[in-house]
Design a protein around this ligand. Structure first.
Ligand code: AMP
Ligand code: MN
Ligand code: MN
Ligand code: MN
Length: 275
């Protein structure tokens, strides 16, 4: 267990805990510094901030932006943002519209493929694939989330539609305009070869990206060592975040992260957030 967790989700996006529940779960797990980083939205931040204060937990306002780069989908986490920033909010409005358009296209494809989940679009805006996966389970088309992704929603499966997300430079720009530090999330989850990883990290840094998520809830010591090598090579600050989505995804736990190598400079040291 570590005291710092800089990547988590609430029900403002695809997490299953409300912002208040997330904060109290984090405090109970011994987390002292928590970033709320919902997908393409900052609507959970005010509630998270006000419930964190009496618990003595430091809540870092954050966001996880969806990016399309060279035909791939990537995630850039913004940490220590001002959630009221006008340029960030213009970007979030655009991403929200892209989410709504893509969710409608996916629901259409699912219906044509024999898995209708009518009604899910009326329930809320900004749907993610996690919401569609839950609807597939509720409608009896899949046994669980894992199977819903494997059968329908993963890239290349019949219900998948690529989102028209932000450009990499745009996303980094919105985060910086909001006073935040841009961190490339879970870098080993994109299936990039060495040369593509180099292209991505050089482009990210040239746009003003400063951090790399070196420790993530899913990887172990091997993944940390690989990502740490990238952080050193490209001069990026190290970040660490579980990517917690709720107790229903027990393989990701708040604050449960492999340790970072001691020589790396961390985002929390650079920003003065150390617990
Ligand atoms: P989206 O941004 O709408 O494409 O949704 C991406 C989200 O889906 C991720 O942030 C994860 O929370 C979730 N997700 C993606 N792949 C899987 C999977 N194989 N199993 C469970 N959740 C997944
Ligand atoms: Mn998610
Ligand atoms: Mn992500
Ligand atoms: Mn995430």
């Amino acid at each position: 267990m570590v005291a710092i967790d800089l990547h988590s989700h609430s029900s403002a996006s695809d997490g299953s805990c409300s912002p208040e529940e997330l904060v109290s779960e984090a405090a109970a797990a011994g987390v002292r510094v928590l970033a709320l980083t919902d997908h393409d939205t900052v609507t959970g931040i005010p509630a998270a901030l006000s419930s964190a204060e009496p618990l003595g937990l430091r809540l870092i306002p954050g966001v996880e932006l969806s990016v399309t780069w060279e035909g791939r989908s990537l995630h850039v986490v913004g940490l220590g943002i001002d959630p009221t920033s006008p340029s960030l909010n213009e970007g979030l409005t655009r991403l929200g519209a892209a989410r709504d358009e893509r969710a409608a296209a996916m629901v259409d494809r699912l219906a044509r493929g024999g898995a209708p989940i009518a009604g899910v679009l009326d329930r809320r805006r900004g749907l993610t694939r996690t919401h569609l996966a839950k609807a597939l389970v509720d409608a009896g088309h899949s046994r669980d989330l894992r199977q819903a992704f494997q059968r329908w929603l993963a890239r290349g499966r019949p219900g998948y539609v690529a989102g028209r997300w932000a450009g990499l430079g745009e996303a980094v720009g919105w985060i910086r305009a909001a006073g935040g530090t841009a961190v490339l999330a879970h870098p080993l989850r994109y299936g990039l070869s060495g040369s593509w990883m180099r292209r991505l990290l050089v482009a990210f840094r040239d746009f003003g990206g400063e951090g790399l998520e070196v420790a993530s809830g899913q990887g172990g010591p091997t993944e940390v060592a690989t990502a740490a090598g990238h952080a050193r090579r490209y001069g990026l600050l190290a970040s660490a975040g579980s990517d917690f989505h709720g107790p229903d995804q027990p393989w990701l736990q708040l604050g449960r992260l492999p340790p970072l190598p001691g020589d790396l400079k961390t985002v929390w040291e650079a920003r003065g957030w150390a617990a």
